[in-house]
Design a protein around this ligand. Structure first.
Ligand code: GDP
Length: 392
C-alpha cells in the first residue's frame, strides 16, 4: 500500500529516512511521500533522503531550533501552535494517491512523543484516509523520565490514531553495543518487518499467484477497529534455481513434484509458527488478538496456497480470532521466503503494564523531588529568624 510517512522527532525522521532507502533498494514503492518534523534543526540536517522541502522545523520562536529536551508537554504545545507549518508540508502530499498516513515517533523523547498525537488528531479531522501510528517504546535502561513520557504519549497516541503499531526498543536492545550501532540494527529490523507488511499491498495483480496476493484493503481491514498492533517475522533462505519445480517437471517426475509441493507447504507452516511465537515488535500474548494478517513473501515458486491456508488456520486457533486474513507477496528475485504476521487489537501486553507502573513511580518521584527542592531552596534563602526583608 502507498503511505504518506511523517517522521516526528529524531527517531521518527531517521526511520522514515530508512524506509526511503528500503524503497530504493527493493523497489517496493510504499513511501509515496516523506515528511520530517522536528524542533531540533541539527536532527533535520542529519537526514539523508527526506526531501529538504519536506523537512519542517517547528517551535523556532520557543526553542530556537534547539529541541525540547525530552519535555513532551512542550513538544505537544509546539505542535499545536505550529500545526499550520506542518500542514504546509502535508499540502504537498498527493493525498488521493495514498492509502493511509503513517506517523512515526520514539515515544520516550519530547518532540515526537508530544507532537505525534497532536498531528494524528489534526490529520483525522481533515482527511478520510486512515491515520496509523508507529510508536517506538524506550529501553528500560533509558530512565524514568523516558518511561513516563512514553507511557503518557502511548495513552494519548492510541486514542488519536486508527491503529498504533508498536515497536519496543527494550525487547530488541543488545548489551555491549553502542547506542548508535544498536539503533542502526533495530531500525533495519523495523523497516524490514513493516516494509514487507506494507509492501504486500503494493503488488500488481496478475501472474501465477494472482488470486492469493494480499491487497491493501486487507491490511486496512486488519488494522480497522483500532487498538494496538504488533508484528512477527521469520525467514528462511531458499534456492532460487529450484524455485519453480522446473527440474521435476522437466524430468516428468510427478512424485518429485508433489514432494516439492509438500516441502513448500511444510516450510510455510513452520515459518508461520516461528513468526508468531518468536520475538514480536511488541512482545505480548497472541491469544486474544482481535484480528490478524499473514503475509508470505518470496519467489512465487516457493509459495503455495495450501501452506498459507494451513498457517492461517493455525493462527486462528492460536489467537482465537475469527478474523485472520492471509495471502502472498511474490518477490521473484528474493533468496528468502519470509512470513510476516500482523496481530491487531492485542490486549494481553505485560510490557505496557510494566511501563505504566515504572512511569507512575517516576511521576511520584519527580513530584517528591520537586516539593523537596522547593523546601530546600526556601531553607537556604530565608534566614532562620526571618529578620531580613527582601528588596521587593
Ligand atoms: P525527540 O527528537 O525529542 O522526539 O526524541 P528522540 O526521537 O531523539 O528519542 C525518543 C526515543 O526514541 C528515545 O528515548 C529512544 O527510545 C528512541 N530512539 C531514538 N533514536 C532512535 C533510533 O534511531 N531508533 C529507534 N528504534 N529508537 C530510537
Amino acid at each position: 500500500m502507498k503511505l504518506a510517512m511523517i517522521g516526528f522527532g529524531q527517531a521518527g525522521g531517521k526511520i522514515v529516512d530508512k524506509f526511503l532507502e528500503y524503497d530504493d533498494r527493493t523497489g517496493s514503492g510504499i513511501v509515496r511521500s516523506a515528511v520530517a518534523v522536528n524542533t531540533a534543526k541539527a536532527d533535520l540536517l542529519g537526514l539523508e533522503r527526506v526531501p529538504e522541502e519536506n523537512r519542517v522545523l517547528i517551535g523556532q520562536a520557543r526553542v530556537k531550533g534547539h529541541g525540547v529536551g525530552a519535555d513532551n508537554e512542550l513538544g505537544a504545545e509546539i505542535a499545536e501552535e505550529d500545526i499550520d507549518e506542518i500542514q504546509g508540508a502535508i499540502d504537498n502530499i498527493p493525498v488521493h494517491e495514498i492509502d493511509a498516513f503513517l506517523i512515526i515517533a520514539g515515544l520516550g523523547g519530547g518532540t515526537g512523543s508530544g507532537g505525534s498525537p497532536v498531528l494524528a488528531k489534526h490529520l483525522k479531522r481533515i482527511y478520510t484516509e486512515p491515520v496509523y501510528g508507529l510508536g517506538i517504546l524506550p529501553g528500560s535502561d533509558e530512565g524514568g523520565i523516558y518511561t513516563l513520557n512514553a507511557a503518557r504519549s502511548f495513552q494519548t497516541f492510541v486514542r488519536e490514531v486508527d491503529n498504533l503499531l508498536v515497536f519496543d526498543n527494550d525487547a530488541w536492545r543488545k548489551t555491549g553495543e553502542s547506542m548508535e550501532a544498536g539503533y542502526a540494527e533495530i531500525n533495519d529490523e523495523i523497516v524490514k518487518r513493516f516494509g514487507i507488511l506494507f509492501g504486500a499491498g503494493e503488488v500488481e495483480h496478475g501472474g501465477e499467484v494472482a488470486e492469493s496476493v494480499v491487497d491493501s484493503s486487507e491490511i486496512i481491514n486488519t488494522l480497522a477497529g483500532g487498538g494496538v498492533s504488533t508484528v512477527g517475522y521469520a525467514a528462511e533462505e531458499v534456492d532460487l534455481d529450484d524455485s519453480s519445480g522446473l527440474l521435476s517437471r522437466f524430468r516428468g517426475d510427478d512424485s518429485a513434484d508433489s514432494m516439492e509441493s509438500a516441502n513448500t507447504t511444510n516450510r510455510i507452516t513452520s515459518l508461520v509458527r516461528k513468526a508468531a511465537l518468536g520475538r514480536l515488535t511488541l512482545p505480548c500474548e497472541i491469544d486474544g488478538s482481535e484480528r490478524a494478517l499473514l503475509v508470505l513473501s518470496g519467489p512465487p515458486g516457493h509459495l503455495n496456497r495450501k501452506g498459507i491456508e494451513r498457517g492461517r488456520k493455525w493462527l486462528e486457533e492460536q489467537t482465537g480470532s475469527m478474523e485472520v486474513r492471509g495471502g502472498d507477496y511474490p518477490v521473484s528475485d528474493s533468496g528468502y521466503v519470509a512470513s510476516v504476521i500482523l496481530l491487531s487489537g492485542v490486549h494481553n501486553v505485560p510490557r505496557i503494564k510494566e511501563l505504566q507502573q515504572v512511569a507512575i513511580e517516576a511521576q511520584d518521584n519527580i513530584d517528591d523531588i520537586r516539593d523537596e527542592s522547593e523546601e530546600n531552596l526556601e531553607a537556604l534563602v530565608e534566614d532562620d529568624e526571618d529578620e531580613l526583608d527582601p528588596l521587593f
